[in-house]
Ligand binder design. Structure first.
Ligand SMILES: C[S@@+](CC[C@H](N)C(=O)[O-])C[C@H]1O[C@@H](n2cnc3c(N)ncnc32)[C@H](O)[C@@H]1O
Length: 353
């Protein structure tokens, strides 16, 4: 392997593929090919190749001249014999061990899923937890590689440790953040060696506060950490709470350099957007009383005020209907506001007389 200048990457916000692109570039390689169909069909082939490389599923070798197609370093498929080949091969120019040794030195964080309260879950919740852990691995693979996911439940996904405390101590990690929706502190995108997420699914029973209890266990084990909640305009409402969604928000912020609220919106499913809208509507609504009945009105154009939510127009109308808000046009709203203003003025003039 040619000597590569990793210092340039050390403090940058990068995904694993960016490291591979830099290494290939420094070796003068601008096209790479493979026979692995999962890589060829992937929507991010260079990232997929980098994950395979880090997971020891192949090496980078001198080109296989038989290939007619290759990827350029932007991941575009082009008709050209590649300069290098990825797969099981002997004439290596970059082995998976060399790549792994190099990326381990960079600031890729660990995502640790703490399953201390696994037994409090129903069978249905355990299944959902398993699905979420698998989806979390898929997210981790979009940014880093399998070795960055730690799971304290033996389910064959990620790297197993009996407890997060064991993992932190064994790897001598210093900067730890526990993602806790009940924390005082707000996550501001701070980099950490490890982000801990509670392996908790809230479908039945009352599991409120369990993440804080994970923190208490860590404290008893002598682990120093910060507890942070992810908020959207000051509130956790609307922040998706699935483990894979929390992981994606964190990685988009710390590796891609996205703003937290942009990352939340990109990951937010319409159900979370609707939940938050339901909380926001009463703040906007105008109350109108007609014959002792009160109506809450919102303006059609108010939809535009929620561009910070991943909201479709039909979601807006649906939530208005479900929460008993009547949607009116801007003209009607202005008329009503004018009438109210006239009524106030009349009352004021009467009071002065
Ligand atoms: C479904 S939540 C469980 C929350 C649990 N009921 C509680 O009150 O602690 C699963 C995990 O996602 C993470 N999480 C969910 N929403 C979060 C938020 N807004 N901020 C920080 N972490 C969050 C936490 O790590 C949490 O343990």
């Amino acid at each position: 392997m040619k000597n590569v200048n990793f210092l340039v990457l050390l403090h940058l916000k990068v995904r694993l593929r960016d490291v591979l692109i830099k290494m290939l570039g420094e070796m003068g390689i601008d096209t790479i090919g493979t026979n692995i169909s999962k890589i060829i069909r992937s929507d991010d082939p260079i990232q997929k190749m980098a994950v395979y490389l880090a997971c020891k599923k192949g090496n980078i070798c001198v080109s296989n001249k038989k290939l007619k197609y290759s990827f350029d370093l932007n991941g575009r498929l082009i008709k050209a014999v590649p300069k290098a080949y990825f797969g099981k091969c002997d004439n290596t120019i970059l082995t998976s061990e060399e790549f792994l040794k190099a990326v381990e030195k960079l600031e890729f964080p660990y995502i640790a899923i703490d399953c201390s309260f696994f037994n409090l879950h129903s069978e249905r919740e355990k299944k959902s937890l398993f699905v979420q852990i698998r989806e979390t691995l898929n997210i981790v693979r979009k940014f880093m590689w399998d070795g960055r996911l730690i799971v304290t439940y033996k389910c064959g996904i990620g790297k197993y440790y009996p407890s997060v405390a064991d993992f932190v101590k064994e790897n001598n990690l210093k900067k730890i953040i526990l993602l806790d929706p009940n924390a005082e502190g707000i996550f501001d995108g701070k980099k950490a060696d490890c982000y801990i997420i509670g392996g908790i699914v809230d479908k039945s029973g009352n599991k409120k506060g369990l993440t804080t209890r994970i923190g208490e266990i860590l404290q008893r084990e002598g682990i120093k950490f910060e507890s942070k909640k992810i908020v959207l305009k000051g509130d956790i409402s609307g922040v998706p709470d699935r483990l894979n969604a929390i992981t994606e928000i964190i990685l988009r912020v710390v590796l891609d350099g996205e703003e937290i609220e942009d990352a939340i919106r990109k990951v937010q499913s319409p159900i979370f957007a609707r939940r938050r809208l339901a909380k926001e509507l009463p703040k906007l609504a105008i109350r109108v009383s007609v014959k002792s009945k009160t109506f809450r009105l919102v303006c059609k154009d108010d939809f535009k005020k929620f561009d910070w939510l991943n909201l479709r127009k039909e979601d807006f109308y649906k939530v208005c209907q479900q929460t008993g808000h009547i949607v009116v046009s801007r003209e009607v709203m202005e008329e009503i506001q004018k009438c109210r203003w006239d009524a106030i003025k009349r009352r004021y003039v009467l009071a002065l007389k």
